[in-house]
Write a protein that binds this ligand. Structure first.
Ligand SMILES: [Zn+2]
Length: 158
């Protein structure tokens, strides 16, 4: 299997150093190659996740697995500066998506709680929850009604 090597910003293809025997599990393959069998850090969340695996004793190469839906890519990083560069360049995309997803979940949760609490959507302005905005809306409505009346009057006078 062809995998990636990342060194100081340069991507090259390389042969995967991990050895798979028949019926091997991921944990077994990692342990055999000297890695901890769990990720040290996980960036992002389904369906787009990167996991950083460290060798026991924190020796390079570091292994990043990058999964997008059903495909998994392996990226080997052979020193700390390259790892830091990779983290700096590629993890913000994953983390931004994660933050956006989590904010959407929070907004949904908040919206439901608010409706249960107040009996209306949090986007509706009501005199109890948001008296200032409610007053502004009333004033705008009033102004529009007066403009309409003035217009009707002037049309009637023609
Ligand atoms: Zn309300």
């Amino acid at each position: 299997m062809i995998v990636w090597k990342y060194h100081r910003g340069e991507w090259t293809e390389t042969e995967d150093p991990l050895v798979w025997n028949k019926d091997d599990e991921w944990k077994t393959v990692l342990s055999r190659a000297g890695y901890y069998d769990f990720p040290a850090v996980t960036y992002g969340q389904e369906p787009c996740v990167a996991e950083l695996y460290m060798k026991k004793g924190d020796e390079p190469p570091y292994l990043i697995t990058f999964s997008l839906s059903d495909s998994i890519e392996h990226v080997y990083i052979d020193d700390l500066p390259s790892l830091m560069q990779w983290v700096r360049d590629y993890t913000p995309l994953l983390l931004l998506q994660q933050i956006a997803d989590e904010q959407e979940e929070l907004l949904t949760l908040f919206g439901r709680a608010f409706r249960a609490w107040h009996g209306h959507s949090y986007t509706n302005v009501c005199p109890v929850c948001d008296p200032n905005q409610f007053k502004k809306q009333q004033e705008t409505h009033q102004r529009l009604m007066e403009m309409r009346k003035t217009k009707q009057r002037s049309e009637a006078e023609r």
